[in-house]
Design a protein around this ligand. Structure first.
Ligand code: SF4
Length: 366
């Protein structure tokens, strides 16, 4: 997969998160300011949520003028927003400077005061590309095709937006696009998110989801990161997978399982295989058995995701009985399995759907 260069249209000032921390520090020092100013600037943005350099009132005025002349903070404009009735899930459609749109979803897990295990988790599902080239037939983003890679500042900008109102604990790279096809900016973003002087999130709170770029998974395993990895299988055999993920023709399921096992060995993190369940297509008991036999000794995890229907498509979600039966067959064969219902189905929370519905709305207006 070729990395496509990002396309920031205004070149005069650079977005601050397009530098990594060391590059930013160098730039600040070479312009005559102290090293520690770098941390101060980033903390103002990340922890005190300012959107202009002028608001950083404990910094010398001359330094603030320098910052304003050299850098910009965020490239994103919130364009549309949808929330579930209980506000546990919120999805935002952001517009980028060149007019492309991307989506980000926030999922809140509110504390349950009756339970000692109450979770204070807030997960942000972020996009790494505008559109996607992978063409998964059940995905709204795949139907749009790839527009371009996102820059690091565009990826980080999504987290920044949501961190203004609530502390973020987890970030999943599962929004629009294939993160490993935008490898360099994905890694740079992970470093900003986990950097002590950046967002300071736990590496274990970060998960990258891929449709299965084998070489890039191998590269990721060598990064010495403790992040989680999800590999999308969606099928127990190569014939069906080629139909569901047409761009996967050169990669076999056996290779993906083997690469997943090696990622586990290299990082000590358990790999999850995602499987979107589509009625009458990949939800038969034979499919479950075939998958179980391939995964039963791998110590991996399977996440079944009942399909979230896109209105324009004929694909459907299987019945609850079928979903439970599929999960039971996997579990009976010793495969660790969970069923993940997409949160916020009523607000089109599956990737690409808010953008698609917005495009439809724009088309209707025209
Ligand atoms: S499911 Fe993911 S990889 Fe597949 S087309 Fe959609 S965004 Fe791309």
């Amino acid at each position: 997969m070729i990395n496509i260069p990002s396309n920031n249209t205004k070149k005069s000032k650079k977005y601050i998160f397009d530098y990594n921390f060391n590059e930013l520090e160098e730039k600040i020092v070479e312009n005559g300011y102290e090293k520690f100013r770098t941390t101060q600037v980033i903390q103002w943005i990340v922890n005190r949520n300012v959107s202009t350099f002028d608001e950083m009132h404990n910094l010398p005025e001359q330094f603030r003028t320098f910052l304003s002349s050299e850098f910009k903070i965020t490239a994103l404009k919130s364009n549309a927003k949808q929330s579930t009735d209980d506000t546990s899930t919120t999805k935002i459609l952001f517009s980028l400077e060149d007019g492309e749109n991307i989506e980000t979803v926030q999922m809140k897990y509110d504390p349950d005061s009756d339970s000692e295990k109450s979770s204070h988790r807030t997960t942000i599902c972020i996009s790494t590309q505008a559109g996607c080239a992978m063409q998964c037939i059940f995905c709204a983003t795949g139907l749009q095709g790839l527009k371009r890679n996102l820059s690091t500042s565009e990826i980080i900008g999504q987290v920044l937006h949501f961190s203004k109102t609530r502390k973020i604990t987890n970030v999943v790279f599962m929004g629009m696009g294939e993160p490993l096809a935008n490898y360099d900016n994905t890694i740079k973003s992970i470093k900003w998110l986990t950097e002590k002087n950046g967002f300071n999130l736990r590496q274990r709170g970060i998960t990258v989801s891929t449709v299965g770029l084998v070489d890039k998974i191998k590269q990721l395993a060598q990064e010495k990161l403790q992040i989680g990895l999800t590999i999308s299988l969606h099928s127990p055999n190569n014939e069906l997978r080629k139909v569901l993920v047409p761009t996967s023709v050169k990669t076999t399921i056996e290779e993906l399982i083997d690469t997943g096992k090696k990622y586990q060995e290299a990082t000590g993190r358990r790999v999850t295989f995602a499987y979107a369940l589509l009625e009458g297509i990949n939800d038969h008991e034979d499919h479950a058995l075939e998958l179980a036999l391939k995964l039963k000794h791998t110590a991996t995890h399977v996440n079944l995701i009942p399909y979230n229907p896109i209105s324009a498509e004929k694909l459907k979600r299987p019945s609850m009985n079928k979903i439970n039966r599929f999960a039971k067959i996997l579990k009976d064969h010793g495969v660790n399995t969970t069923v993940r219902y997409e949160r916020g189905t009523e607000i089109s929370a599956a990737c690409g759907q808010l953008n698609t519905s917005n495009l439809n709305r724009q088309e209707n207006i025209i």
